[in-house]
Design a protein around this ligand. Sequence first.
Ligand code: AMP
Ligand code: ZN
Length: 729
Amino acid sequence: MLRFTNTLTRHKEEFVPREQGMARMYTCGPTVYRYAHIGNMRSYLMADGIRRALEHQGYRVEHVKNITDVGHMRQEMVERGEDKMISAALAEGKSLQEIAAFYTQAFLQDEAKLGIAPATVFPRATDHVAEMIEITQQLVARGYAYVVEGNVYFDVAKYPEYGRLSGNRLASLLEGVRVEVDPQKRNQTDFALWKAAEPGRTVKWPSPWGEGFPGWHIECTAMSTKYLGPQLDLHTGGVDNIFPHHEDELAQSEGAFGVPFVRYWVHGQHLLADGLKMAKSTGNSYTLSDLEERGFDPLAFRYLCLTAHYSARLNFSFQALRCAQHGLAHLRTLVREWALAGGQASATEVSQAWRERFWAHVEDDLGLPQALSVLWKLAQTDLPPAAKLSLVMEFDQALGLALRQVAEAAQGLPLSIQRLAEERGDPRTGGRYQVSDALRQEIIAAGYEVRDRRADTLVLPRDRGFQPDKLVGALSSSGDVPSLLQEPDACQISVNILAHDYQDDLRRCVESVLRHGDAHQLEVVIVDNASTDGAGQWAEELARRDARVRVFHTDHNVGEGTGRNVGLKQSRGAHILLLDTSIELTGDILTPIIRTLSTPDIGATGGWGLCSEDLRHFEDASHEEVDAIEGYCMAFRRELLREVGLLDEKFRFYRNLDLDFSMNLRAHGYRNIMLSGLPVRQHEHRGWASLEEGERDKLSRRNFYRFLSKWGHRTDLLYHTIHGPGPGS
Ligand code: AMP
Ligand code: ZN
């Protein structure tokens, strides 16, 4: 009995299809004007898992996965140039069709590399505009939609069931509605089925309402019902699809066809990175090629996904991927050993019991992590190798790790290698080690692994291309370094510098610290946040020459908050000075900083300070006491961290992180003091300068809202509130 958790009922339910022996399944597919990231791929792996489970039960699966080419409203993003990649392609004279075709190919390749079975149909949105128009007409005719000046909207009030899937009811929805009010809508929760083309738009289609283009959701209704009929058995996607995408799809499909749309809605939880949902816009996304470039096998990612249930968030890290890769490599080795051992598997009761144990987990809401652990338990038994092999080959129908290929490759060692292995037999057992070692080297050089055992030697093909050692020592998160915060002070001040490329700036900053810090017992803690321009190597060499310098490397861009925390956790000075690499010391700033910090009620100090009246706008301060110290040059006593905690790692971008920390100090009752006239020079912040306007806004905005939601109501902490308008304001 196959069971899935149905988002519609929020219960685990037995799968009963509408037609016996047949499962109709729809998966919201990729948007193809960019590469899919591995978070997206996790959702497709879930759909693949469901499909494999269905097929093992003997169902014929009709699986439709749409390709969202540049048809719908998200087109607008493209035209506003929000996506660099596509703007670049357009600038090179590529057409939108060519771009879509390119990323479609890339997506299909990624799926193949992950062992995802191709869908039965991959319909493209732009090929189905006629169907979208037809359904929209139907909705107007049935009274579910209304037309305003060439736009067609779904009238949510006409569909009382709206909100059933997501649990968002109308009243609560209205509160959450964005500020941008569309005056054409009867209700702000209504959504567009068709939009009139604005002047100058090139991607548009004729329609009964004039030229325009489809809304976001209608494509999935059009393509699912065209290929699967008006009633589907399963519909999958990531949890972010539940609202509004699937809620709207459900409303418009049932509105248009008058029958229940989907029996089982199954949604996969997100893949996170550094604790946040993986998304291109957050800057924490990786593509499958990114993993391959680092020497990982795509199937290691599949293995990693198998270790978490689809309904649970999974935090991606290279550390975790490395473990998955080792797990997979170990499994492959076992499969090879069993394959080489030969023999016939006979059907026994014991085998049958293992089989049942494994599939019971798969059938119980796709319990792949438990199923995988059954496999590992089986591997540890003393069942004959042939029996294990035969069971694991069967289990792989659910796991999709391409283990059959591994077994077949092992059984078919090339003749030349077999000869070498045989040749080596006598010298080895006869103690002629030189000959035996030379032959061994020859086999290894040909790409095989040689394992001498008491009775015999195993020769196994080596895993291709994986060099885990390349990454050893690099950190995936701040949790990978021990905290020295509770340890006693070991020097006067720790200067913390976080670098992400711009080697020259790093050098200028570090050298100026070493030059002007002579009078103090100091250490310099450099965190190289996955630089690729040699900044990390430069720091490494410096640390070898100068005992005051320590360096840490991360294996990917971990973001500002995390990168800073690595340094903070490892600092041992009584004081800590955070410096940005755009800063150059032109004299001794440590003496005045340390002197200022000797006053116990002072929290942070530094060269630049900001004040605010409303926590929304900050201005350069005109008096010594300030609300916030800018992170370019900010110092505090290390012991304070024990009291107020480390930096908030959700701030991946640097903006507002300093404000957040400063307000945190204020909330703990400390004053922040600006030291004007410090001998420091501020050069261009090259990370910031390299960003385009749109990107700056995007990156800043998220931090800004995060800051506002934490501190927006705490005007009581502001200097302005406490002391009234200062002389300068
Ligand atoms: P999109 O190309 O943005 O429409 O996303 C394609 C699919 O990936 C959708 O089913 C999303 O729900 C899913 N998705 C997006 N981000 C993630 C993530 N971080 N983890 C898992 N699934 C995701
Ligand atoms: Zn969809």
